[in-house]
Design a protein around this ligand. Sequence first.
Ligand code: M6R
Length: 610
Amino acid sequence: MCGIVGAVAQRDVADILLEGLKRLEYRGYDSAGMAVVDNQSNLQRVRRLGKVAELDDALSLQPLAGGTGIAHTRWATHGEPSERNAHPHVSSDDLAIVHNGIIENHETLRDELTAKGYEFLSETDTEVMAHLIHHELTKNKDLLSAVLAAVNQLEGAYGTVVMDRRDPSKLVAARSGSPLVVGLGIGENFLASDQLALLPVTRRFQFLEEGDVCELRRNRIDIYDRTGKKVTRKIIESDLDHDAGDKGQYRHYMLKEIHEQPDSVRNTLEGRLGDKQVLIDSFGEKAEEIFSKVRNVQIIACGTSYHAGMVARYWFEEIAGIQCNVEIASEFRYRKSFVPANSLLVTISQSGETADTLAALRLAKESGYMASLTLCNVPGSSLVRESDLAFMTRAGAEIGVASTKAFTTQLVSLLMLVAAIGRHNGMANEQEADIVKSLRLLPSVIESSLSLSKPIEAMAEAFSDKHHSLFLGRGSQYPIAMEGALKLKEISYIHAEAYAAGELKHGPLALIDNNMPVVVVAPNNELLEKLKSNMEEVRARGGLLYVFADSDARLMQGDNVEVITLNRVADVIAPIVYTIPLQLLSYYVAIIKGTDVDQPRNLAKSVTVE
Ligand code: M6R
């Protein structure tokens, strides 16, 4: 949620900040703004409602120049999207601030600051922080001390960067609950909410930890922990591609990311498979010892990552013989749950910064879990740092808000985890060898699924005038149907619901008519005959079926039934393979509907607020 960039340099920083915002726009895109201190020590600020392109246009008419600056792309929490509510917010024309997160006690603070004479020009909680820090500056010797004093009064979450026109040699940043990373340059330094923003200017990063406050100058970076003690944070060399933020030959990031899946899966597997075994060390030094004791797995995640966890539940119980529960993080974190002995907590997250998942991990760490493991796509992210074990999914940067390659690489990682844990729970060597063989084949199988783009694009026409749809699957394909429905609703705005097909007759069948397309995921497996009966129930009521099946399923095209045939694959990897056509279907429906595929309305890529 919200993208932040900051820079202190000798050169003008406006272009660096703008490029950073473009790379962060996936985090929020309802308004954007920038402020710099010019060479007369004045604050200059430009803000615009809408996307970063609007700000770009405004800056070409009203360029900003200065070596110290901050910028922001917003996903509204307090106050509607508007220029007035866009960041940076200022206090008394001295301070400018950008913020990601939610300040929960903003109303009380607003009342106190109003009583002290501060005038509020926006509805945001961020402006409260601006005035609070300004007020603290009247009592403290410098910006750093003022920020430390102010954050001690805040309840809630913040990643924030503050600039004072009276001392433009530095920026002060603070992190609690929302990520911030320092980018190290030569004679210049940077801040951002995601390293991706800074790849054009540096590859060296320091991730701020919870409670850290940082004073950033051109030639010096000082970091203090929440007690005010000076600390050092490890410098990490990023291996992300400089071009990771480019669309390349593709019209949208989402399409690029869909087509990157054979390579992403190859990367996930690289160096982690033996001849017939998954290499347990890939999960961390202590993995062997921990996995040998695991008797129960609790998976926590949100959205698409939760769907990956749902698939893994089938795998854990069927393949590894291990009990597995899966829960949405926002539910888990607010209820008392029972923790069986020898339970492993597994969090799944593309970003590693999802507020609910992070809070659930922190809660679980106090609840008696034997150990925690995160499957995550962002090295150095909060979940990675705070978990006992971390397994990087290596999907590469995912920019499209709709998760695609992050999901399939999560599934691949989970299947490896199931094999690694199952080995200690009596799973036969041959079964593990079969999984390894199937995983090795996966990139080429995904490639052949991608070759179905054309018929899927044609199928998409049938959805363009529809308002509702159903997705059906059974067994481990039920969560794939859920993921397909999520993809369609988030980028095409067509209402889509997924059902385990056996549930149809318990209610949803009442919805069926010829305005309700029903998508079915139907590989040939032991549940196919049951699924065929469920499809007949739909057909008999005039429903329209759009079926993804394999040649062995013997499903015929016919009246009201359209079938797209995939290659036959081993059951264990079928959930991964059947994800691809559903991603393509939602993409092409969105194209026909003309929606904003990469930045669908009301959403943000990284959900760092509750
Ligand atoms: O970064 P995370 O995987 O923790 O994010 C969780 C969800 O917000 C995310 O999967 C979301 O549902 C997808 N972007 C939807 O495509």
